[in-house]
Design a protein around this ligand. Structure first.
Ligand code: PHE
Length: 452
């Protein structure tokens, strides 16, 4: 039975902006530039692009097919498309993944919120020791948790309003703002003295650095960055109208996501290299320690510019985190709303409360719970590992097998061609990637990683 009272996105632009909003996040602005810098510059970008277009994009198209064909949350979609078969377990893994990702993501988003406020209060251009500033903050027992709670409340507020009045409406405001900020910051960064050095660092292809483990990181980065594998895009696609072209929408989302990732590198590295003597820290330190140092040193003479630059940068990061967190929240809200017949605001409240508890545990793993270890990892690290290295790749393999081999081929074709009104050639190419390239390619890499 189809649920006719579900929300739906209003138009194609809203769909692309909401889905691209899910994809564009901390993964692009915080993680991608670091990985590129560490792993061979342009050589890493080339490997990454292959994973985006030949593995992650077919999985994204598959999620779109599952969502739109079933018009249900990620668990019920499998019940509807493959009744009586155990495929719904993939849906439950997605629901679990949604909770875990949102919990640890909110911690970094909470730090971002704190840094946005700190930069607006001019605390980031005051020449302090930013390493100490960061470490004192993240290890504080309650302050970061307050920011996690605030960030989750913003997310909650948007999701509880519904698909069109919440997710679509806010994506249409936040995504153009995000793109505009990127362009402003990039122009500013590229015009700094010595910025060429940064561009060279980013774009020089160093193929000797591309080892097997770098290839794995490129795949992990592509899946995380495109939000595939936990049913987030399938949930969004369950609100798509019939006339939305699935293949070209997926292409637009991948294109926007990759563009934002590369442009973020164009913001960060020219700025970092324009000041000498700054130690480039990989991981959280790049954005939360190195950059404040750069803002402070580069704009010491004109603090107003430093103030605007750092303020805009953290607002950018915050917007990116928020457009992604609403999509993670929606996986679980849609599930609880439809499965247990809770109202949308009630379902959203349960998700927010659970993520607050789990997020607090992740946050404490940087401070007083540092010694609490499960399989040798703190909560933050564990949730990150379980989702990015395990649930997302494993579910992606199952999703492509499901669409490529289990679902009725006529149904898949009619979804990909909008009932034979669109070009059949692109659809055929994607069916080939979904059936042959994606499941085998991903399985080889996944098993290799698991066994190593
Ligand atoms: N794609 C998001 C990012 O790059 C993260 C994300 C993962 C969003 C999984 C939704 C689901 O930050």
């Amino acid at each position: 039975m189809q649920n006719t009272n579900r929300g739906s996105f209003g138009g194609k632009l809203g769909i692309i902006l909401a889905s691209a909003g899910s994809a564009v996040g901390l993964g692009n602005i915080w993680r991608f530039p670091t990985e590129v810098g560490r792993n061979g510059g342009a050589a890493f970008i080339l490997v990454y692009l292959c994973f985006v277009f030949f593995l992650a994009m077919p999985v994204m198209v598959s999620e779109f097919v599952i969502g739109r064909a079933s018009k249900a949350n990620t668990v019920d979609s499998y019940h509807r498309l493959a009744p009586g078969k155990p495929w719904f377990i993939v849906g439950y893994l997605g629901v679990l993944g949604g909770f875990l990702v949102l919990s640890f993501y909110s911690v970094v988003a909470g730090w971002t919120l704190h840094y946005t406020i700190a930069s607006l209060l001019r605390q980031l251009t005051s020449g302090r020791d930013y390493g100490e500033f960061f470490n004192n903050f993240v290890s504080n027992p309650w302050q970061p948790i307050v920011y996690v709670a605030l960030f989750l409340l913003f997310t909650h507020f948007i999701v509880a309003r519904g698909v069109q009045a919440g997710i679509e409406r806010y994506s249409k405001i936040m995504m153009p703002a995000l793109l505009a900020i990127i362009l402003i910051l990039m122009t500013c960064s590229l015009s700094m003295p010595g910025s060429r050095e940064g561009l060279r660092f980013l774009l020089h292809p160093n193929f000797s650095k591309v080892t097997a483990s770098v290839v794995l990181s490129a795949m992990g980065q592509a899946f995380f960055s495109l939000s595939v594998g936990i049913g987030c895009l399938a949930t969004y696609a369950s609100y798509f109208q019939r006339d939305v072209p699935l293949v070209s929408s997926a292409f637009s989302v991948c294109f926007i996501d990759t563009l934002v990732a590369i442009l973020s590198g164009f913001i960060i590295f020219p700025a970092v290299f324009s000041v000498s003597g700054v130690e480039v820290d990989a991981g959280p330190g790049l954005v939360f320690i190195t950059l404040p140092n750069v803002f402070n040193m580069a704009f010491g003479d004109v603090p107003v510019v430093g103030y605007l630059f750092s303020g805009l940068f953290y607002i950018l990061l915050l917007l990116a985190a928020l457009t992604s967190s609403i999509s993670m929240h929606e996986i679980d809200t849609a599930f609880l709303h439809e499965k247990f017949h809770l109202s949308r605001p009630h379902a959203a409240s349960v998700v927010t409360a659970v993520c607050l508890v789990l997020g607090a545990a992740c946050s404490l793993s940087f401070g007083s719970w540092e010694d609490v270890r499960i399989f040798g990892m703190g909560f933050f690290e564990l949730f990150d590992f379980l989702t990015a290295k395990f649930i997302m790749p494993l579910c992606s393999i199952f999703i492509s097998i499901f669409v490529g081999w289990v679902l009725d081929r006529k149904l898949v074709r009619s979804e990909l061609t909008n009932d034979n009104t669109l070009h059949i050639r692109a659809a055929r190419f994607f069916v080939f990637l979904i059936r042959w390239v994606a499941p085998f390619g991903m399985s080889i890499i996944f098993l290799n990683e698991l066994l190593s």
